[in-house]
Design a binder for this molecule. Structure first.
Ligand code: MLT
Length: 410
């Protein structure tokens, strides 16, 4: 018989969101009349901004004509999109990022997992706890961990707690680590990192020859002008960081699929024999071998996100979800719940009431309020006793959810 990759058998449970989906399906089957409101997975609900939809339609028309039809595009993304990204997301903010440092892809989930292909398996990997589960699971799959303990923590990974006790600020590890995942604005806690915090990490990475994998998928939700949108706003970050960005949450692309990774051309690692080598050509090779590019119409849609109309419409979308976050935050606080995040991020992170475990609170909300959220422990051991609500929903559902939430507590 064919041997399977045993690393997959180390994975503790199903991926968090399918697991929630299974529980919700079972509940709905048993309670067919319950109008369940889902604030679990951070999936957008509002339609594509008109400027983007229009650009996609136009590109589909081009593809329907012999004269303007296109076959394979460049795997790294069309020049028009790479240039629009580099200019609007980085250079206009004073970040030195060249067009050919942008690699267009179909999602940050894929990119943050795929990037591991190009790094040796002996690297010591640090993650914050709680954390977006993809970082952990993809490290397990690629054989960078041992088995999980009873709390779900895998041997070999360095866990950095981010909880209310340390104001959700990850402390530098007291050992040398090679790869560091940072996500700000943070999923799941909805908290942000100051320039000073990111500078400490960049300095740590420089001193230890580490690489920071910086997931900025939620940067569009930053409202505080003091908070950096990109790691490249921090001096020296080009030498130590790869950044991941996505059109999913700001432009509504969760079903449309478009994202990108920034790999600075000067970023280097070392070979197994200790020679320095550049990361950019290795990632380029990986990307071009395993990926055939995002479709032309979708890249035209993403480009339209940077038009004047696109920017304005995206701004409205982001404000809409942030207003949902505010309603959730204030509604929960009024119900006596301790709440974090939700100001510069579309996630509200709360302390479960009465010391309930995260999954017990999940069951209570589902059974009493027909509400779905995400148990904090699903994001890691340090998330136990916390719970996440996503602000991605219609206004009517969010308002209804706040009412039901308060009623579920008693
Ligand atoms: C989440 O709910 O954490 C996100 O939607 C997951 C994702 O973006 O893949």
């Amino acid at each position: 018989m064919v041997q399977v990759n045993d690393n997959f058998l180390k994975l503790k449970a199903g991926y968090l969101f399918p697991e929630i989906g299974r529980r919700v399906s079972a509940f709905c089957k048993a309670n067919p009349d319950a109008a369940v409101i889902k604030l679990g997975i951070g999936d957008v609900t509002e339609p594509l901004p008109p400027a983007i939809a229009e650009a996609i339609h136009k590109a589909v028309d081009e593809m329907s004509n012999r004269e303007t039809f296109r076959g394979y595009g460049p795997e790294q993304g069309y020049d028009f999109l790479r240039a629009a990204i580099a200019e609007n997301d980085f250079r206009s903010r004073g970040c030195d990022v060249a067009d050919d440092e942008i690699f267009v892809s179909d999602g940050s989930k894929c990119d943050t997992g795929n990037i591991l292909d190009i790094f040796g398996t002996d690297n010591v990997v640090a993650i914050t706890d709680p954390v977006y589960p993809v970082y952990v699971d993809t490290n397990v799959m690629s054989g960078r961990t041992g088995e999980a303990d009873a709390t779900g923590r895998y041997a070999g990974l360095v866990y950095i707690p981010v909880t209310a006790e340390n104001d959700f600020t990850p402390a530098l590890p007291d050992q040398k680590v090679d790869l560091i995942y940072l996500c700000f604005p943070n999923n799941p806690t909805g908290t942000v990192a100051s320039k000073e915090t990111l500078k400490q990490w960049v300095d740590y990475a420089k001193a230890n020859d580490s690489i920071i994998l910086f997931d900025a998928a939620y940067e569009a939700f930053i409202t505080d002008p003091e908070i950096p949108h990109s790691i490249y706003e921090i001096e020296g970050a080009r030498d130590v960081a790869i950044e991941f960005r996505s059109f999913s949450k700001n432009a509504g692309f969760t079903g449309t699929r478009c994202a990108f990774t920034v790999v600075p051309k000067g970023l280097s690692g070392k070979t197994s024999t200790g020679e320095s080598t550049l990361i950019h050509p290795i990632w380029n090779r990986r990307h071009c071998t395993k990926f055939n590019g995002v479709s032309y119409p979708i890249q035209r849609g993403a480009e339209a996100a940077y038009s004047e109309a696109g920017k304005a419409q995206i701004g409205e979308l982001v404000s809409f979800y942030l207003e949902n976050a505010r309603l959730l935050r204030e509604g929960l606080e009024a119900a006596g719940i301790t709440v974090y995040g939700g100001v510069n991020a579309p996630y509200v992170w709360l302390k479960t009431p009465g010391g309930l475990s995260s999954w017990d609170f999940f069951d209570r909300l589902l059974n009493r309020g027909h509400l779905v959220g995400t148990p904090g422990s699903g994001f890691g051991a340090a998330g136990e006793g916390y719970f996440r609500l996503s602000a991605f929903n219609s206004r009517a559902n969010v308002e209804e959810a706040v009412e039901r939430f308060a009623k579920s507590l008693g």
